[in-house]
Design a protein around this ligand. Structure first.
Ligand code: KPL
Length: 310
């Protein structure tokens, strides 16, 4: 009964999506099969954009309306922020004039730190985080390859947000073909993802290799145990006790499951873009230091990645 009630269509199910990169684009195409989806862009060159999605089942194209983020417009009721971590707050600020008191904001950033910054500034709105292991990359700005199917988690980040609403959204994502589940403790999921990203992304950037090749480098193998120790200590202090050995096993599993992947950080470096190192290893270093701990391996990786792209 409860499940049926939750899947009833609710009014105003339109989605606005800020940041239609690989993941934002994947969500945009999938959700637009079920409900109206609007893309928000900084300086759109045309009022619509044709996105092509390719996965194992075949390919699919959708032409979606694009609205300039700082122009006046109809109210936004559900907003998926799929920007880079460093852009989440500025992008949200640019559309804030279109938010209603009940607008649900879904944050889909890598790393940690950007979510709390949004929660602090937008505490009057229901705010959720979404974390995903869906694998998507872009062949060109409008061509998205859904390279590997994964799992997404959605959970409330503040008291205005609810697990019931997260459940409805997870249900919608599933109907759109994106395997999703709601969780009451999304911060734990975000920390687990952070741990994996701390242990893979900067190494792939420094060594300029796909995830699966890391295990052939002494640079990686010599540092991984100590890095996992630093992350495990931080996670335990954050309220999510774990061990370096447990993290190392998870890292090895993700490496073999995503062996051919070019990590998001290496993609950024190769494209000459700013990386998310501040929200990943940088966050870990800052969090550890605030707790009176040092995280020298993470700190060294931050410096090495910043040397590749400041
Ligand atoms: O999340 C990832 C990323 O590239 O950012 C991993 C898990 C490392 C997969 O490539």
């Amino acid at each position: 009964m409860g499940h049926l009630a939750m899947t009833q269509p609710t009014p105003h199910e339109d989605w606005h999506i800020l940041g239609a990169g690989a993941l934002g684009g994947l969500w945009a195409v999938r959700l637009s099969q079920l409900m109206p989806v609007y893309l928000l862009a900084r300086n759109p060159t045309s009022p619509s954009r044709a996105l092509h999605l390719q996965d194992q089942q075949g390919s699919q194209s959708r032409t979606l309306p694009v609205e300039p983020i700082n122009a006046p417009g109809a109210p936004i009721r559900q907003l998926l922020v799929a920007t880079k971590s460093y852009d989440a707050l500025p992008a949200l600020q640019a559309v804030s004039h279109r938010l209603l008191p009940n607008t649900a904001i879904y944050l889909m950033q890598n790393g940690l730190g950007s979510q709390e910054a949004v929660v602090r500034q937008y505490s009057r709105y229901p705010i959720y985080a979404v974390t995903t292991t869906e694998g998507a990359n872009r062949r060109s700005p409008d061509e998205i390859i859904h390279a590997g199917r994964g799992q997404s988690w959605i959970g409330p980040l503040n008291e205005r947000a609810s697990l019931a609403r997260a459940n409805v959204t997870a249900c919608r994502f599933r109907e759109a073909g994106l395997e999703s589940q709601a969780t009451p403790d999304i911060r734990h999921r975000l920390w687990l993802k952070l741990a994996i990203n701390c242990a893979i992304n900067p190494f792939t950037a420094v060594l300029n290799c796909p995830n699966g090749e890391l295990i052939h480098y002494a640079f990686f193998n010599e540092r991984l145990p100590a890095l996992c120790e630093e992350v495990a200590q931080a996670m335990s202090l954050a309220g999510y006790p774990t061990t370096a050995t447990a993290l190392q096993t998870q890292v090895q599993e993700v490496i073999s499951g995503t062996a051919a992947n070019i990590s998001s950080m290496l993609q950024d470096i190769r494209a000459g873009r700013r990386t998310e190192i501040d929200a990943i290893n940088g966050y870990l270093v800052q969090f550890s230091q605030a707790q009176g701990l040092q995280a020298p391996i993470n700190e060294d990786l931050v410096q090495r990645v910043l040397a590749l792209h400041p």
